[in-house]
Ligand binder design. Structure first.
Ligand code: ADP
Length: 482
C-alpha cells in the first residue's frame, strides 16, 4: 500500500495525541480482500485515553477563543487537503475496508463535504435576544462549545463517519478524542495527518486506537468529557448510554437500522430497481441505512423480483481496487455467517433463492449478491439487520398492511418507498416510523440534511445545521439593573 500512495506519509502507524504521533505499532490491520497485513498500529488503553482527554481539555481555552472565522479557515484548509489527496485516501479506505474504489472515492468526497459544510456553519452559531418579562432586565441566549467530545466510529464508513463528527465539533469550538474501529483505523489516522497539516492546533483532534471497552469507558466517564458521539451497533450504543448516565453526559447515538424498501404498484419499476440496487448493495449491504427488507406489491411483485435479480446476477465481485468491480469482500467471516443464517432461515420458511445465495468461488469473505423471493414477513431477515448483500423480497397487498409491517420494528433509521401517487407519498412518508425517508430515491445521505434515527436507532442528528446543535450548549443570560 505504502508504494502505491502518491503521499506515503498519509499511512500512519502511530496514534495522534496532543499534537504528537505516539505509541508502539503492535496490532495488525488487514486487507479484507486478500487477508494480507497492511500495517500495525498501537494498542492503547484507558491510561492513554485519559492522557488524550486531558490534552483536549488543555487545548480548550485557546481553541474556543479563536474567532469563528479563524476556525472556519482551518477547517476549510483541511477540506482542501482532503480533496487534494482524495485518491490516496480512497486507496487507503478500500485497502482496509474492501469497498470498490469508486465507492471509496464517493465516501471521501462526502467526508470532505461535511468538513466544507461545517467550515461554513462555524460562522453561523447564532444566539438570540428574548423579549423581556421585566422592564429592568434584558434576556439573551448564547451558544457555547460544549467542551471535550469523545467519538467512537465504525468500520463501514471509516472516512465520512469521522468527519461527520469531528468537523461540527471543531467548528463549534470543541475538541475531539476519537477511537476509530480497529478494523479500519488507517483512514482516520490519514485524516488526522491532514488536519495537522491544515493547522488544527495540538490537542484539538486526538486519535487513539486499541482496546475499545476500556477506552470507551474513559470517554464516557471522564469528568472533562461533555459529549460522546457514537456510530455503531445498538448493543454497544446501549452500553455507552448506561456508562454516560454516571456523569450525565450528552450523547449522540447513530445505531442499527432495519430499513424497509417498499415498491407500490403505481411506481416507476425501473427507477425502483435502480434505487434498490444502490440502497441494498452499496458497500456490499454494510450500511446502517441499507434496505434490509424489500416489500413489493402483488401486481408488480414478479416483475420486480425478476428484473432486480437479473441486474444483481450481473454484478462483478472482486478486489475493490480492480476495474469494474462493484462488490468487494465483506468485512470478515462473521459477516458471512450472518448472511448465511438469514438465508437458511428464510429458505426454511419457504423462500426461494433467485440469484446468489452462497459464498463466492473467490473465497475469503466474498459472498455472492443474493435475491430471495417469497420471503415471509416474519422471517429473521425481516426482523434483524443483515449487513450483507442479501435482498429478501416480501409480497404485500395494500398500503395499510405494508405500513404496519414497516413499523413493526424496534428500529427506525431510514425507510424508502416508490410511488407516483402524490396522496400516497404524503400519507406514507408521514406514517413511517423512521428518522429519514427516501421517496423515489434509494440514496439519501448528504451533508446538508439531518441524518439520524428514532426508536432504538439512536439519538440526535448529524449533518445539516442541526448537526451543530449536538456540540453547543445554550446559555441563558439575564442582564438586570437596566
Ligand atoms: P460493528 O458491529 O459495526 O463493528 P460495534 O458497535 O461493535 O459495531 O463497533 C463500533 C465501534 O464501537 C468500534 O469502534 C468498536 O471498536 C467500538 N466498540 C465496541 N465495543 C465497545 C465498547 N464496549 N465500548 C466502546 N466502544 C466499543
Amino acid at each position: 500500500l505504502h508504494d502505491r500512495l502518491k503521499d506515503p506519509s498519509l499511512l500512519r502507524d502511530r496514534c495522534y495525541i496532543d499534537g504528537a504521533w505516539v505509541g508502539t505499532p503492535e496490532f495488525a490491520v488487514n486487507n479484507p480482500a486478500t487477508g494480507a497485513e497492511l500495517i500495525k498500529i498501537p494498542q492503547m488503553n484507558a491510561a492513554d485515553a485519559t492522557k488524550a482527554v486531558e490534552a483536549a481539555e488543555r487545548a480548550f481555552p485557546a481553541w474556543a477563543k479563536l474567532t469563528a472565522k479563524q476556525r472556519s479557515n482551518i477547517l476549510r484548509k483541511w477540506f482542501d487537503l482532503i480533496i487534494a489527496n482524495r485518491e490516496d485516501l480512497a486507496l487507503i479506505l478500500t485497502s482496509e475496508q474492501g469497498k470498490p474504489l469508486a465507492e471509496a472515492l464517493g465516501e471521501v468526497d462526502i467526508g470532505a463535504a461535511y468538513v466544507e459544510f461545517f467550515a461554513e456553519e462555524a460562522r453561523r452559531v447564532y444566539g438570540e435576544t428574548i423579549p423581556t418579562q421585566r422592564p429592568d432586565a434584558r434576556l439573551l441566549a448564547i451558544r457555547q462549545p460544549i467542551g471535550v467530545c469523545g467519538a467512537i466510529t465504525p468500520w463501514n464508513f471509516p472516512n465520512s463517519m469521522i468527519t461527520r463528527k469531528v468537523s461540527p465539533a471543531l467548528a463549534a469550538g470543541c475538541m475531539v478524542v476519537l477511537k476509530p474501529a480497529n478494523e479500519t483505523p488507517l483512514s482516520a489516522l490519514a485524516l488526522a495527518a491532514l488536519a495537522e497539516k491544515a493547522g488544527v492546533p495540538k490537542g484539538v483532534f486526538n486519535i487513539i486506537t486499541g482496546d475499545a471497552p476500556p477506552i470507551g469507558k474513559v470517554l464516557c466517564e471522564h469528568p472533562a468529557v461533555r459529549f460522546v458521539g457514537f456510530t455503531g451497533s445498538t448493543e454497544v450504543g446501549k452500553i455507552l448510554y448506561r456508562q454516560a448516565a454516571v456523569g450525565v453526559k450528552k450523547l449522540g447515538l447513530e445505531l442499527g437500522g432495519n430499513a424497509p424498501f417498499v415498491v407500490f404498484d403505481d411506481a416507476d419499476i425501473d427507477a425502483a430497481i435502480e434505487g434498490a440496487l444502490v440502497s441494498k448493495y452499496r458497500n456490499m449491504g454494510q450500511t446502517c441505512v441499507c434496505a434490509n427488507r424489500l416489500y413489493a406489491q402483488d401486481k408488480i411483485y414478479d416483475q420486480f423480483v425478476q428484473k432486480l435479480s437479473k441486474k444483481v446476477a450481473e454484478m462483478k465481485i472482486g478486489d475493490g481496487t480492480e476495474a469494474g468491480v462493484v462488490q468487494g469482500p465483506l468485512i470478515n467471516m462473521e459477516a458471512i455467517e450472518k448472511v448465511e443464517r438469514h438465508i437458511a432461515d428464510a429458505v426454511k420458511g419457504g423462500a426461494k433463492v433467485v440469484t446468489g445465495g452462497k459464498r463466492s468461488p473467490l473465497g475469503g469473505s466474498f459472498f455472492e449478491p443474493t435475491v430471495l423471493s417469497d420471503v415471509k414477513p416474519d422471517a429473521l431477515v425481516a426482523r434483524e439487520e443483515t449487513f450483507g448483500p442479501l435482498a429478501p423480497v416480501i409480497r404485500f397487498k395494500d398500503e395499510a398492511d405494508v405500513i404496519a409491517m414497516c413499523n413493526a420494528s424496534p428500529f427506525g433509521l431510514a425507510s424508502y418507498f416508490y410511488s407516483r401517487d402524490i396522496g400516497r407519498v404524503w400519507r406514507v412518508a408521514e406514517a413511517l416510523e423512521s428518522g429519514m425517508v427516501g421517496v423515489n430515491s434509494g440514496l439519501i445521505t448528504t451533508e446538508v440534511a439531518p441524518f439520524g434515527g428514532v426508536k432504538e436507532s439512536g439519538l440526535g442528528r448529524e449533518g445539516s445545521r442541526h448537526g451543530m446543535e449536538e456540540y453547543v450548549e445554550i446559555k441563558y443570560v439575564m442582564m438586570a439593573g437596566v
